[in-house]
Write a protein that binds this ligand. Structure first.
Ligand code: FES
Ligand SMILES: [Fe+2]
Length: 420
């Protein structure tokens, strides 16, 4: 049965069935995660030839590997013979090839079938037995994206000016403009639909309630002025950059430099000096105030300030939220150590932010389970619609307004209809 997404996604409300329905989930895997661009990994995760990580494109298991020529390849993690998974761990290195554990077929790091036992039993060209590869793989400043069908157009058009600006701002936290994603990933399995994470990670309205324990246990975090302050005192904004890329822009809400790092210049003098050397004094001053972005790159990459997160759908009511610290090239180890500790404290399994959000997401999922299609079960996303305005970066609202959520869903509806 074809689902009418225009009927289920209105400008300021969406139907709860979109979070629970198995057909919707299958459509999303096909139209968003296979027919569109999705984030797969960062080049710095696989610095040497033979380094690899395993990921999924939607539900499709893949390997991201650096081949002997230094090129980043994305290969199906599925033997071309009978489908056995080739790599079953999260990451590794030092490979010259991938050998299947069932009948022993061997593939090059570029995915070509190199050798196989008992060759005389096969006839015809063997090229069709290479590993499957996505139709398109492109990267922007080290962020590797893939489009399985190869029909989504250039990555540049998917990111748009807004998506590139957000990634640029994350990279520019490094004096050398380069991130070092090597702090290890933590994955948290949550019994919720994946779309609650683009929503929740960019919802500026829930902080004071859902995260009240953070505020009382750790007063004076970066969120004190930028997210916890009374509504009409708070200058932070919610942004819809278009193309599904949305942001809680905390920069105007910060009340001091380096609020995002919870420190001052004197404590990180070598970082300040390196930033000044790498970017110039004026740009360094701006970066020290602005800090990293807090934004979603549609559909699965969350630039979570000094964290990177991947939203991995598994089933209508099951998602893994992976995160890793946004470590920086060109800084002293002590700063990266601090970023790692902050990441664990913010998003780790015993942290202050993500576990609270996970509990709420599971409660939402339970709420939607009771939704019906006949006029009940809607989700209201109208907050702040009347006070939105446009500026040179797109649509902008108060940080507590649902401008981000509406932006996500507007693009979702467009993609789900266009790729039907
Ligand atoms: S399934 Fe991989 S070699 Fe047979
Ligand atoms: Fe939250």
């Amino acid at each position: 049965m074809n689902i009418d997404y225009a009927r289920l996604v209105e400008d300021d409300r969406v139907h709860g069935g979109l979070y629970t329905d198995a057909t919707v989930f299958a459509d999303e895997m096909a139209r968003i995660f296979l027919a569109g661009w999705v984030f797969v990994g960062h080049e710095s995760e696989i610095p040497e030839a033979g380094d690899w990580v395993t990921r999924r494109l939607g539900l499709e298991p893949v390997i991201m590997v650096r081949d002997e020529g230094g090129e980043v390849r994305v290969l199906a993690n599925r033997c071309a013979h009978r489908g056995t998974q080739l790599c079953w761990q999260a990451a590794g290195g030092g490979r010259k090839s991938f050998q299947c554990s069932y009948h022993g077929w061997v593939y090059s790091l570029a995915g070509a079938l190199k050798s196989l036992p008992g060759k005389s039993g096969f006839e015809g060209p063997m090229a069709r037995l290479d590993l499957d590869r996505p139709g398109a793989v492109e990267s922007y400043r080290g962020f590797v994206f893939t489009n399985q069908t190869g029909e989504a157009g250039p990555l540049d058009a998917h990111l748009g000016a807004g998506g590139k600006l957000l990634i640029d701002r994350a990279c520019d936290m490094s004096p050398e403009g380069r991130l070092a994603i090597r702090g290890g990933w933590i994955g948290q399995r949550i019994e919720s639909n994946w779309k609650m994470w683009p929503e929740s990670d960019n919802d500026g309205y829930h902080l004071a309630v859902t995260h009240a324990s953070l505020r009382s246990a750790v007063p004076g975090t970066q969120y004190e002025a930028a997210l916890f302050s009374p509504e009409l005192d708070n200058k932070s904004v919610a942004r819809d950059h278009g193309l599904g890329h949305v942001e809680l822009d905390l920069r105007p809400g910060y009340d001091r430099e380096l609020a995002w790092l919870g420190t001052g210049r004197e404590k990180v003098a070598s970082y300040v000096a390196a930033l000044q050397q790498g970017h110039g004094t004026a740009a360094a001053d701006r970066i020290l105030w602005d800090g990293p972005p807090h934004a979603l790159i549609f559909p699965n990459l969350f630039l979570g300030e000094m964290n990177l997160a991947i939203i991995q759908p598994l089933a209508p009511a099951r998602t893994t939220h992976y995160h890793t610290p946004l470590l920086l090239d060109g800084v002293e180890p002590a700063l990266n150590e601090r970023i790692l500790r902050q990441s664990v404290a913010a998003m780790g399994p015993a942290s202050f932010l993500l576990p609270d959000d996970a509990v709420v997401a599971e409660r939402m999922q339970n709420g939607f389970a009771a939704g019906r299609q006949d006029g009940h079960g809607w989700v209201d996303l109208a907050r702040g619609r009347a006070r939105e305005r446009d500026d040179e970066q797109g649509r902008v609202g108060h940080v507590s307004d649902e401008t981000t959520n509406r932006g996500f869903w507007r693009h979702y509806r467009q993609v789900m209809e266009a790729r039907a």
